[in-house]
Design a protein around this ligand. Structure first.
Ligand code: NSS
Length: 434
């Protein structure tokens, strides 16, 4: 099937003047003057113009070309010619036209509401904008996997169905599992921790689920979570991992997705400026910065969107905020700071330009008595965590890990107003169709 067909990009890059070629794709736009049809054809690589002239193709082909409306699937054969007015500067002068499927009237046109476009998401995913976002995301994920492989990490496949809620009960989706209560995973962390004792450096890319009712431009109820866990790594070394990984992802995006990035309004040059080391400030220093900016923030609270925007709106590169007070980070597994037991050894990586948190990370508590106390304080059922507590009984080692919200990163890199456009089929409190 592939043989004999070119993509729009193959033609637009030039060097095929006068060649006879075939392309296939979907009608992006079309207009007819009666004797000539100007058809823009979209494929996975771009858009190419075909001009279909009466007399230059069999009459019945011309009649079908006139009938093929937006999003019809078509095949065109013809001769490549330069044309400055065509998108990309090249066009195909048709010698043959074949409809693969003449589509019904496409329901999406200009000026449709956001809600309508979300209802039509299964069709709207064809839009240039969402296509560009998906291309950038694919490059970012490939880059992450490449970085892990090059640096001695093992990809692993933790479960999604779980009995233990890694991030606390308040945002967990629960369901009946053959008569017992089970949860959709909020994090792979606890299972990744079990895997470091054989593989030492492990990561996973899984969906995570959070029953967050809040409608914000940075929360989904289902998001893609890139998580790493490593033995022998402390909180400071953990941050070195994040800055290397994020910088590599940015560099690859600039190199391999510059077209889609530019179309989305992101200068690839911005991403090349992202290089280790990133600035590291403590929670206390961050609070001082907020107060200097005139924000009315109470020491001890966690930062929300407002604070993270204030901390990062003037930055061009990411910043770490580390060592939060326990009151701000309630996760049961974060290691107590030996030099200040009111704090935990954790770090959040905040993306610049106001985008805010993209990674949450910490060194892990290895003292079972502290872990049990915290779990009890949170009202957790200890029976569901026995296996986890075992990890501290048989060759326990210092270790750290992190979770990157993939859509948070995509939102920042692609300059998206809302996180829902970082995923083809967004799940939010009000929507899980299509
Ligand atoms: O809750 S986190 O801050 N941390 C964890 O889940 C750890 N258990 C990860 C680990 O150490 N293995 O979530 C991690 C990141 C956070 O920084 C966000 O970037 C992203 O996951 N995140 C989300 N993205 C989209 N939507 C929602 N609701 C969301 N919640 C967290």
């Amino acid at each position: 099937m592939e043989e004999g067909y070119l993509h729009a990009e193959d033609i637009i890059q030039g060097g095929r003047d006068g060649e006879e070629v075939s392309v296939r794709g979907w009608v992006y736009r079309t207009r007819s003057s009666g004797s000539i049809v100007f058809m823009l054809i979209r494929d996975a690589t771009g858009i190419i113009q075909a001009t279909i002239k009466k007399g230059a193709v069999p009459d019945e082909d011309f009649a079908l070309a006139e009938k093929a409306g937006i999003e019809s699937a078509v095949e065109v054969r013809g001769v490549v010619a330069e044309d400055r007015r065509a998108p990309g500067g090249w066009e195909i002068k048709a010698t043959g036209f074949k409809p693969i499927h003449i589509g019904e009237v496409f329901p999406i046109s200009r000026d449709k509401s956001e809600e309508f476009l979300l209802d039509m998401r299964h069709l709207w995913v064809r839009s240039t904008r969402l296509t560009n976002v998906m291309k950038v995301k694919a490059v970012l994920l490939a880059a992450a996997r490449e970085w892990f492989a090059d640096n001695g990490w093992w990809e692993t496949t933790p479960p999604i169905i779980s009995a233990s809620a890694g991030e606390g009960g308040s945002t967990v989706f629960s369901f009946k599992y053959f008569g017992r209560e089970a949860f959709l995973s909020q994090t792979a962390q606890l299972h990744l921790e079990a895997l470091i004792f054989s593989l030492e450096k492990v990561y996973s890319l899984t969906p995570s689920f959070r029953a967050e009712k809040s409608r914000t431009p940075r929360h989904l109820t289902e998001f893609w979570h890139l998580e790493g866990e490593a033995a022998w790594v402390d909180n400071e070394e953990n941050m070195r991992i994040h800055e290397e990984l994020v910088s590599h992802m940015c560099r690859r995006a600039a190199e391999r997705a510059s077209g889609p990035l530019k179309a989305l309004g992101r200068d690839p040059g911005d991403l090349l400026e992202i290089e280790p080391p990133f600035e590291r400030i403590t929670y206390d220093e961050a609070v001082e910065r907020l107060h200097d900016k005139g924000l009315d923030f109470v020491w001890g609270d966690d930062f929300g969107a407002v604070e993270e925007r204030a901390l990062t709106e003037d930055l061009r590169v990411p910043v770490f905020v580390k060592n939060y007070p326990k009151s701000a980070k309630t996760a049961f597994y974060m290691k107590e700071d030996p030099s200040d037991p009111a704090k935990v050894l954790c770090s959040d990586l905040l993306a610049p330009e106001g985008y805010g948190e993209i990674i949450g990370a910490s060194e892990r508590e290895v003292d079972n008595s502290i872990l049990i106390r915290r779990l009890e304080e949170q009202g957790a059922n200890l029976d569901n965590y026995r296996w986890y507590l075992d990890l501290r009984r048989y060759g326990s080692v210092p270790h750290s890990g992190f979770g990157m919200g993939v859509e948070r990163v995509v939102r920042w890199i692609c300059k998206l107003e809302h996180i829902r456009d970082a995923v083809p089929f967004p799940r939010t409190p009000s929507r899980f169709v299509p």
